[in-house]
Design a protein around this ligand. Structure first.
Ligand code: PGA
Length: 264
């Protein structure tokens, strides 16, 4: 696992965007796994800037988002489809038909089949080349709440109380936050060829330390990333503040810069 510690949110966003840019240049028809929430907004802003100022070309890129609130349609301002359109897709030259966000309006009796198809679509596209992740206050990746199987697949889940509270800041009142979501599973996420986990702010410090340096446990689903061979964690100083091995991560990152290789 590479752990890169940078000064602040802006640097975290730029570092993440740089990795996406390198991939899009090397493989113009790459498959990106995308996340929502406050964390990746700066990374998406930087990709938009790279598109507008440096002609970074997304015309062949395919994307799959991690999750969607169950019950919200794509035109609902709090839906993740809407979030992606506004914060990224509408501002770059990606083909809308190449962007995939789970459909939050699938009838209950069709969900199993739909989730299977979502996974099939990922496979048909060749699998996810690079997955971008945030981490929830409860340690979730996607909406894989504590207790999710570490080999779980795309499915319907009930949101944790903490997630509902955390995400209520985007809604008028807490009662408006959906109680269910569709999410890629931990097992689905672990099949990505490469993964970036972003975290910023002191509020994430404790859970980041548990995820990176604690035991692998379904109680902190981000800890499953320890099982993946190609994960880069990009943290600002606040989010890194409770790491025990901080000095080593800084040393290792300086060392890899000297040989111009990623050391996982
Ligand atoms: P946040 O959410 O980026 O809004 O903190 C992270 C997450 O829940 O994955």
């Amino acid at each position: 696992m590479r752990v890169i510690i940078v000064k602040n949110y802006e640097e975290m966003s730029k570092e993440g965007a740089k990795m996406v840019k390198e991939l899009v240049i090397k493989k113009p028809n790459c498959v990106l796994g995308l996340a929502t929430g406050s964390t990746p907004i700066g990374l998406y802003k930087e990709l938009i800037r790279m598109h507008k100022e440096e002609n970074l070309d997304f015309s062949q890129v395919i994307t799959f988002n991690l999750d969607e609130y169950y019950g919200l349609s794509g035109d609902h301002p709090q839906s993740y489809r809407y979030f992606m359109d506004v914060n990224l897709f509408n501002e770059i030259n990606i083909k809308k038909e190449n962007t995939h966000v789970p459909d939050g309006k699938i009838p209950l009796d069709k969900i199993e089949e739909y989730c299977r198809e979502y996974e099939e679509m990922i496979k048909k596209a060749g699998g996810i080349d690079l997955q971008i992740l945030g981490i929830g206050g409860d340690g979730h990746i996607g909406f894989n709440e504590p207790g999710s199987s570490l080999s779980s697949r795309t499915r319907l889940v009930a949101l944790d109380e903490q997630t509902i509270r955390d995400n209520s800041r985007f809604f008028e009142k807490i009662e408006d936050v959906p109680r269910f979501a569709l999410t890629m599973g931990v097992g689905t996420i672990l099949e990505a060829k490469e993964i970036i986990l972003l975290a910023n702010g002191v509020k994430k410090a404790e859970v980041v330390a548990k995820a990176i340096e604690g035991p692998v446990t379904s109680q902190i689903t981000a800890s499953a990333l320890q099982l993946h061979p190609k994960v880069t964690v990009i943290l600002d100083e606040e989010a890194a503040s409770q790491l025990r091995r901080k000095e080593y991560y800084i040393f290792a990152h300086e060392a890899e810069k000297k040989i111009n290789l990623k050391l996982f």
